[in-house]
Design a protein around this ligand. Structure first.
Ligand SMILES: [Zn+2]
Length: 111
């Protein structure tokens, strides 16, 4: 007799498992709380920066996150200027889209 395999999941568990993880588009945090149209997601910290329209502050936060999470052990200071400029330009480009596209007013993301 084959024993049936069961995970004993509730419908809420199933929904949570099927819902892709949401990441803050600015710092990759999974603590997403806000949505800006058309589809940008932000955590509390980044949204607070956005709400004050602090473009340099948001750029700095994304860059710091990139250094920490993407570069890992790679030393930013030891990278050549061209490489650092490419990364900064990439962030500037993406943020440019955000500042141009984002419709003012944020909506809380339902958990
Ligand atoms: Zn964030």
């Amino acid at each position: 007799m084959v024993k049936k395999f069961s995970l004993d999941l509730t419908m809420q568990d199933v929904v949570a498992l099927l819902t892709p993880l949401k990441y803050c588009d600015f710092c990759s945090s999974t603590a997403v709380r806000w949505r800006y149209a058309p589809g940008w997601l932000a955590c509390d910290e980044c949204s607070a920066i956005i709400e004050t329209e602090d473009k340099i502050g948001l750029f700095t936060k994304t860059l710091e996150t990139f250094k920490e999470k993407v570069l890992g052990g790679k030393n930013w200071a030891s990278m050549d200027t061209t490489e650092r400029k490419e990364i900064a330009t990439g962030i500037e480009y993406v943020h440019g889209h955000f500042w141009n596209e984002a419709v003012s007013g944020r909506q809380e993301v339902k958990a």
